[in-house]
Ligand binder design. Structure first.
Ligand SMILES: Cc1cc2nc3c(=O)[nH]c(=O)nc-3n(C[C@H](O)[C@H](O)[C@H](O)COP(=O)(O)OP(=O)(O)OC[C@H]3O[C@@H](n4cnc5c(N)ncnc54)[C@H](O)[C@@H]3O)c2cc1C
Length: 491
C-alpha cells in the first residue's frame, strides 16, 4: 500500500474511510503500515488515484447497458439533480461515478461514529436554491431548522479579543447598520461587475469591524476575501442568505440525505447509477458527442453527454485538440478556489449561540459551523461536531493548519481539553477543489454556459452559470440546462 504524495490533494477521504485508523494526514495522507490491513477501501475513495495496492482491486461487476438517452459523468449534486430531473421526464439516464460513493463533495463519510462531510456542510434549507430545486422536483427531505431548535440567528460573531455579538446588527452603531443594509438593498448587479466587495462597502460605510466581518462572509461563501470577491456577488449571497435565513435548516442526517433522495428518484424512474466506474474519454463523431468510454474499455453510447466532474477534467476527457482555441483559453484562465476544512469532534459544544460562528480578524479561520446544534444525529451520542472553514493563502499545508489551529485555540481556550477528533481536509489542485472560484470575471453569467462548444455535450456543477453561496449556485446552471432540454420535471 502506497500513497503517491505528488498526487495527494489532501482531501482526507481515505483517512475518513479507513476502518482501522491506519491513515493520518498533516495535509498529505500517510499510511501507518503496522496498522494497515490492506483492505483496500481507501483506494476507490481517492479522487486522484494517489493510493495504490500491490495487487490491484477487483473490478466491480458491470451493471450498465450500452445505449442511453443521457450519460452523466460524475455524481456530484449537480449531476444527480440533473439526472433526477431528466429521469423523471422519461429519459433513459445513467450516471457514472469514479469513486466508490456518490455525492462528490456533497455527502458524508462515516468516521469514528461521526458523519463527516466530504465538503459541503449545509444546503441552508428549503428556501435556498437547492431547497427550492428539490421541492420543485418533488424530492422530499426532512429538515432540522433554526426555528425548531430555538435559535434566532444563523450566525453570531466572535473576535479573538473576546468581543462577541449575536448578529451584525448588534455589532454595528445604528447608522452604520442602516448604511450597510442600504448598500445591500441598492446594489445593482450590472453596475457592480468591476467593484470589489471591500471598495463597494467602504464607499457606503467605514467601520473596521464590519469590514472584517464582511471579509469572513465572503470567504465562507467563496473562499476568497473581500478584495477579490466582486460586490455584485456579495450582494447576491447576502440576499440569498437572508431569504434562506427565513427558514435556515440542515437536512436531518447530513447533506447526504439530499443525495440519497435524488438517487432514489433516479432509480425509481428507471435511471442507473454506477459507482467505481471512471469515464476516461468522451466519444466524438463528426464533431458531436456520441457517448463515453470507461477506463475498463467499455463504450456506452448516448444522444447526450453531460459532464459534472469539473472543468479541468472536462478538457482531459474531451481532448484539448477538440475544443475551440478561445474556449480553451477561457478555461485555462479560470482561477480555482483553494480552501480547507478542519473537522473537529468535541465532548462539549464549542459554542451555543447560533449554529454558525463568524470569526473576523483571524489569521485563517473564516467560519465555524457547529452542525450538531441543529442535528445531533450526525455525531456519537453526547459528542459534538464542528466544521472549521479556511481559505488557503499558501501551498504550505502544514503551516496553514498550524495557523488555523492557533486561531481556534485563541477563540476557544478550552479546545484541547474537549477534543475527541481532528480531521484536516484540503481542497487543492484541479479536483476536488471548487474549481472556478467566484472572483472577477467568473461570477453569475460570466461562468460557463451548460452548453459546451461541442454539440450534444453539456456541463453542470460548480463551474457553470450561477450566483450564490458556494454549492447553492449549482441549481441555477442545472435549471438553464433543463430549459435547453425542454424538461418539464420541475413542475
Ligand atoms: C470545505 C468546503 C465546504 C463547503 N461547504 C458548502 C456548504 O456548506 N454548502 C454548499 O452548498 N456548498 C458548500 N461547498 C461547495 C460544494 O461542496 C460544491 O459546490 C459542490 O459539492 C460541487 O458539486 P458538483 O456538482 O460541482 O460536483 P462535485 O462534488 O465536484 O462532484 C463531481 C463528481 O464527479 C466525479 N468524477 C470526476 N471525474 C469523473 C470521471 N472521469 N468519471 C466518473 N466520475 C467522475 C467525481 O468523483 C465526483 O464525485 C463546500 C465546499 C468545500 C470544499
Amino acid at each position: 500500500m502506497k500513497v503517491h504524495k505528488e498526487k495527494c490533494t489532501g482531501c482526507g477521504y481515505c483517512l475518513l474511510t479507513c476502518p482501522v485508523g491506519a491513515i493520518e494526514s498533516d495535509g498529505w495522507a500517510s499510511i501507518r503500515e503496522e496498522k494497515c490491513t490492506l483492505c483496500g477501501l481507501c483506494v476507490p475513495v481517492c479522487p486522484n488515484d494517489a493510493i495504490s495496492l500491490d495487487v490491484p482491486l477487483k473490478e466491480p461487476e458491470r451493471q450498465y447497458g450500452t445505449q442511453y438517452d443521457v450519460v452523466i459523468i460524475g455524481s456530484g449534486i449537480g449531476g444527480l439533480m440533473t439526472a433526477a430531473a431528466l429521469a423523471k421526464d422519461g429519459r433513459r439516464v445513467v450516471v457514472f461515478e469514479k469513486l466508490s460513493f456518490i455525492g462528490g463533495r456533497y455527502t458524508e463519510i462515516d468516521h469514528a461514529g461521526y458523519a463527516v462531510t466530504t465538503g459541503a456542510w449545509t444546503s441552508m434549507g428549503p428556501k435556498s436554491h437547492i431547497g427550492e430545486f428539490l421541492s420543485d422536483l418533488g424530492v422530499e427531505v426532512e429538515y432540522a431548522s433554526l426555528r425548531d431548535e430555538g435559535y434566532d440567528q444563523q450566525f453570531s460573531i466572535r473576535f479573538q479579543d473576546g468581543r462577541e455579538f449575536p448578529s451584525l446588527q448588534a455589532m454595528l452603531p445604528r447608522e452604520d447598520w442602516r448604511a450597510y443594509v442600504r448598500a445591500i438593498v441598492r446594489g445593482r448587479k450590472m453596475e457592480l461587475d468591476e467593484a470589489s466587495t471591500r471598495d463597494y462597502i467602504e464607499e457606503q460605510v467605514v467601520n473596521d469591524d464590519l469590514m472584517a466581518a464582511v471579509n469572513t462572509i465572503a470567504a465562507t461563501a467563496s473562499a476568497v476575501g473581500a478584495d477579490n470577491f466582486p460586490a455584485s456577488e456579495y450582494i447576491v449571497v447576502s440576499r440569498d442568505s437572508a431569504k434562506a435565513g427565513l427558514d435556515f435548516a440542515c437536512t436531518v442526517g447530513g447533506v447526504r440525505t439530499l443525495i440519497e433522495a435524488l438517487a432514489e428518484m433516479i432509480v425509481a424512474h428507471g435511471g442507473q447509477i454506477s459507482t467505481r466506474t471512471e469515464v476516461s474519454r468522451v466519444l466524438l463523431e463528426r464533431g458531436s458527442a456520441t457517448g463515453i468510454e470507461l477506463r475498463n474499455g467499455d463504450q456506452v453510447k448516448a444522444d447526450t453527454v453531460i459532464h459534472n466532474g469539473g472543468i479541468g477534467r472536462f478538457v482531459q476527457l474531451v481532448g484539448p485538440e477538440n475544443l475551440p482555441a478561445d474556449y480553451l483559453a477561457r478555461v485555462e484562465k479560470l482561477v480555482p478556489a483553494e480552501c480547507a476544512a478542519i473537522i473537529l469532534g468535541t465532548t462539549e459544544p464549542l459554542f451555543t449561540e447560533a449554529p454558525i460562528l463568524m470569526t473576523p480578524g483571524t489569521d485563517r479561520v473564516a467560519g465555524v459551523f457547529e452542525s450538531t446544534l441543529l442535528d445531533p444525529s450526525i455525531a456519537p451520542r453526547g459528542k459534538h461536531m464542528v466544521d472549521v472553514f479556511l481559505p488557503l493563502y499558501s501551498e504550505d499545508r502544514a503551516r496553514e493548519l498550524e495557523l488555523a489551529m492557533g486561531d481556534l485555540r485563541a477563540l476557544f481556550p478550552n479546545l484541547d481539553d474537549i477534543l475527541d477528533m481532528v480531521v484536516p481536509m484540503f481542497f487543492t489542485g484541479a479536483w476536488p477543489g471548487s474549481e472556478s472560484r467566484q472572483t472577477f470575471g467568473q461570477v453569475g453569467h460570466q461562468r460557463l454556459d451548460p452548453r459546451s462548444p461541442i454539440p450534444d455535450l453539456y456541463l453542470v456543477g460548480m463551474d457553470v452559470i450561477g450566483s450564490g453561496a458556494a454549492g447553492d449556485l449549482i441549481p441555477v446552471g442545472v435549471r438553464r440546462l433543463l430549459e435547453y432540454f425542454q424538461c418539464d420535471a420541475l413542475g
